[in-house]
Write a protein that binds this ligand. Structure first.
Ligand code: KE4
Length: 433
């Protein structure tokens, strides 16, 4: 049984001062019927809670920590930057270097605008797409999550599914009317919306690999079909690469799948663990952004020196290692092969979806999970039991069936073997009455 008494005490204390006791819903462990674990520190692939428990971390702060925690070069970059001050509200060369680094790794990007979260990035990208096309509506996919901006909390994924709030109260009907939803991997559902709303759709925004209904992989032609369909209808294709950006390849999902969006949104990895987001893309579109253009968007701490230092060092470390993604792929494949073999041997119905180092282990007997309806019937009670058994064995995995599991450059094959052994024990407990 896990010793979590300090976390239990601190959660009760937090609830007196922080809404719901956490600063982001999925951290509350609500749908795995447990009390959130409070973290003391993290280092490399390990995370330590305030009760002295040590875990191998497969959440990686929901994606940013692709190098592992407290990477010495990243920590030093932040320390050095902090000595010069923490925010100026004025341009710095560091921001230009970050934009140039993004452009170097993502050649389809002409101009970048830094913001402070993925939510800000997607909100801004949709505003820009509407201004550029002079159209109001946009298409998202059921189960995809693009942050908590009002227009995205329509059949949203991530914590919204986890907590059963895919359509949040507080979002007005007027806002919702301009958000159209289609079915992931179903290009006909997108075509139908274009037929129903001719010349009204500004953009399609898509997670090129869905990570917020659990990992759902795009079928071979889906992304390219979206590219063709959006171009044919004079609307924009926006890749929300907040998770996949620099996760799947140096050029993100655009490089991985060979499909070029008009705009893309970034976050997580480009901040190296500090608050960051960005929207970026073709010059003819991005040049509409204020103050050169009329599309207003601003941010006190946008491009702040500490996040730029952490993110730039992270991207440089990745960019300097030509085998970075090959090594991640080998580790992720080893883990998933081990998990799949366990499920077979123990006799538990699971479906594993993986692209690169992002994966989800669904308690679901669908052999193929290709959209929200396939994912949502997963057995969340089973997942909850599995989660608690994995945590007890020192494996820090997502407290939700509808999130990703990540492997970082810091994980060793010994760590992965430990996770495979723990996974087998956790699966066996599911068979106990
Ligand atoms: P943030 O505003 O949380 O930085 O980014 C929003 C966002 C946008 N787009 C995608 C594809 C995302 O996955 C996210 C945020 N991801 C969730 C986890 N799936 C963040 C974790 C949380 O909400 O605490």
């Amino acid at each position: 049984m896990l010793n979590n008494k300090n976390s239990v005490r601190e959660f009760a204390r937090a609830k007196n001062s922080i809404a719901a006791g956490v600063n982001s819903p999925v951290r509350a462990f609500k749908n795995v019927n447990s009390t959130p674990l409070f973290v003391k520190n993290a280092d490399g692939q390990y995370i330590f809670d305030i009760d002295g428990n040590k875990y191998i971390d497969f959440v990686c702060s929901w994606g940013p920590m692709i190098l592992g925690h407290a990477h010495p070069r990243v920590t030093k970059a932040v320390e050095d930057a902090a000595k010069f001050g923490t925010s100026y509200g004025a341009p710095t060369v560091l921001e230009t270097q970050m934009a140039e680094q993004i452009k170097k790794m993502m050649p389809h990007v002409d101009l970048v605008r830094m913001v402070n979260s993925g939510t800000e990035a997607t909100m801004s990208a949709i505003r820009l797409a509407r201004a550029y096309t002079k159209r109001d509506k946009f298409i998202k996919f059921v189960g995809c999550y693009h942050g908590h901006g009002d227009s995205f909390l329509i059949k949203a994924g991530s914590g919204a599914i986890t907590l059963g709030l895919p359509d949040s109260p507080g979002v007005t009907q007027g806002t919702a009317n301009d958000t159209l939803t289609a079915v992931y991997n179903d290009i006909n559902s997108v075509e139908k919306l274009y037929e129903q709303y001719p010349n009204q759709i500004a953009a399609v925004i898509v997670e090129p690999v869905a990570g917020n209904m659990g990992v759902v992989v795009p079928e071979p032609k889906f992304l390219n079909d979206l590219r063709v369909l959006t171009s044919k209808n004079n609307s924009l294709l926006i890749f929300d690469e907040v998770i996949t950006g620099f996760r799947l390849a140096k050029g993100g999902a655009a490089e991985y799948f060979g499909v070029t969006p008009d705009l893309c949104t970034l976050g997580k990895i480009i901040g190296g663990g500090l608050p960051v987001g960005a929207y970026c893309g073709k010059r003819e579109i991005m040049q509409l952004v204020a103050p050169d253009g009329p599309v207003y968007q601003a941010g006190t701490l946008s491009g702040n020196p500490l996040a730029m230092a952490a993110g730039l060092e992270t991207l440089r470390i990745i960019d300097q290692d030509n085998d970075f993604y090959k090594k991640l792929e080998e580790k992720a494949k080893y883990l998933v092969d081990g998990f799949s073999k366990n499920a077979e041997e123990v006799g538990v119905d699971v479906t594993v979806n993986r692209v690169g180092s992002m994966m989800t282990f669904f308690f679901n007997n669908h052999k193929v999970i290709k959209n929200y309806d396939d994912a949502i019937i997963s057995d969340v009670k089973k997942y909850s039991k599995y989660f608690l058994k994995m945590i007890e064995q020192g494996m820090w995995i997502a407290p939700s069936q509808f999130e990703c599991m990540f492997v970082s450059a810091a994980h060793t094959f010994d760590d992965l073997q430990s996770a495979i052994s723990a996974n087998k024990i956790a699966l066996q407990t599911l068979l106990e009455k």
